[in-house]
Each structure stands twice: as C-alpha cells, then as structure tokens.
Write a protein that binds this ligand. Sequence first.
Ligand code: A2P
Length: 348
Amino acid sequence: MSKELSVAVVGATGAVGREMLKTLHDRKFPAASMRVFASARSAGSEVPFGDENLTVEELKEDVFAGIDIAVFSAGGAASLKFSPCAAHAGCVVVDNSAAWRMDGRCPLVVPEVNPQHLEKHQGIIANPNCSTIQMVVALKPVHDAAKIKRIVVSTYQAVSGTGQKGIEELERQVRDLFNGRDPENKVYPHRIAFNVLPHIDVFLENDYTKEEMKMVNETVKIFADPSVKVTATCARVPVFYGHSESVNVQTEKKITAKEARLLLSRAPGVFVYDNPRENMYPLPAAHAGEDPVFVGRIREDESVENGLNMWIVADNVRKGAALNAVQIAEELLRRDLVRVPDRNAFTP
Ligand code: A2P
C-alpha cells in the first residue's frame, strides 16, 4: 500500500466513528490527511486520532472535494443524503449504515468472504450489519466445504450496537436500580438493565424485525447464493460490547464437528476457542476489543441429518463495524479501486 490518501471519517463523534479512527490509526492506514465530520451539534469539538486531537467539522454537501475515501457511520438518514454527494465529488464511500446494503449498485462486503465484489463498485460500498458480519465469517468455510442449505440463528446483541446512546442507557439504568430509583426507558421500549429484549430495530409486516430480515437478506447477498435459507431471532441483552450468536446450520454434505473445528481453525479472521471440558468457549466480556470472530461449542446437531451447532462471538463495534469498514478500505487500496468510475452513478 504505497499511495497516501486523503481520508475522512463521517460520524466521528459516535461509538463506531471513534473506533474507526482508532482502527485507521492502529492499522497504519496510509492517510496523508484525516478529516472528521459530524452534525452541527459537534462542530468544533475534538476527537482523538493517535496522540493527536482532530477538530470536528460540520458535515455539508460540499465538503468532499479532494477527499479520496470516506468511512461513514452517521446513520441511515445522513448516509442517504451525503453518500451520493461524496461519490459525485469523486470520493469513495464505505458506509456502515443500512441505507445502501440492498442497493444493486452497492457491493456488500466482508473482506474474508467476498472481496471480489468490490471490483464492480460504483462509489458507495456497504458495510454489512454487525450480526451478519460475524456469522458469515464463521460460516463461509462451512459453506465452501459442505454447502449450507439452512441457517437458524439466535442473537444476543450488545447495547453498543445502538450507538453511544445505548451504552449510556444501560449505564444509567444500572445506576438508577442500585440507587433505588425507577429507571427511565429513553432508547429501548423496555428496561434493558437485567433484562432481555427480543426486539432490535422496527417490526415489519411479517412480524420479524428489520434486524432479523437484515441477517436473512444480507447473508444471501454476501454469499451470492439465494439457495441459502436463513431464519433469525435477534435479542438485545445487557452487555456493553460483543454480540453472541447461537447458530444451527444444515448442510448438503456431512461435516463432522471435528472437521468443522479444523476447517474453522484455518479460516481467515476466525479463532476457534472450543474446549468445553476446561470451560473454554467464546464470551463477549472476554473478547471485547479483539479483532477475530471467536467460534466455540462446535457440535453435531443430533436431531437432523447433516446439522451443526456453534456459538459465535465478536466485538460488534470492531469486526462488526469499524474494523470491517477499514478492512474494506484496505482491500480497495490493495486492488487499486480507490476511485469513482462514474461520478453520476448516484445523484445527490
Ligand atoms: P453528532 O455527535 O454531532 O450527533 P452514534 O451511532 O454513536 O449515535 O453516532 C452517530 C454519529 O453520526 C455521531 O457522530 C453523530 O454526530 C453523527 N450524525 C448523526 N446524524 C448526522 C447528520 N445528519 N449529519 C452529520 N452527522 C450526523
């Protein structure tokens, strides 16, 4: 990676935006300059970038001239409005929101799984949903070896997935409860402290939540394989960082637990942590702040033919968001794809 780029982080004051800056710095992304944007509310405030502090600028339509690549984590509405402005100005966008994920013009990429999809990008690349990312990293080697027919997934998702406000809600409610005060629900419809909410994002016509349908639709798009059937139940749990998933797959070919363990131990981005006799299995509290997707509790499903169960944990703010976005930027650079082929592909 020889080229030095002009880089921007949009949504830099948020939980994921801050992690993006840290990841870009820690991985020595070749940035000749780094600019940081958020809403007018935060303009003039500072965010850390290595030992430096960067001054936050207000995001506006015309800020992208001269910027080569921008990683966005400012929510769907801001992304819908500003990503086309960036692409139109010749700035490649890697966007963490759900706004562009199912748009046919936008590749949806997990670098360990489908980096080749970047080749046809038109200026906006989507970073998948956090729960989808960690699941497909772990399931890709199984799919390649034994062809997955069906996935049944249940998630246990951390409050940081809701951003800074989710983290603050859990903190505040725990403090209120310990101090004998009635906790207020500002972010979630019910108390999250010492509770489990089977409800992430909004409910849809089919009674699934949007988060659950993201897992269904994004998995098919990333695998580029509509024959893979997915059903998901997503729950929010009182954990600050790290999503956990119970995943059951049925494959066309038989794959034993031992074979799966071996396969996964060689897979990029995966760390197998699976020794139940020693109480060793992935835990969100143990792996927060780490890069890999951790897989344990690998065992054959004895109730069906060719079934496999596993427990998958990853830091949702890192691999589930910031790290994956930065890895996409690195892959774009490696493939010499940090350019917008047609500035009119998206109209601001
Ligand atoms: P701000 O801090 O100024 O509100 P989180 O997901 O942790 O809540 O963070 C969301 C990030 O997206 C924050 O940096 C927030 O900035 C930014 N953001 C939200 N809406 C906009 C917008 N319309 N324009 C620019 N930045 C936005």
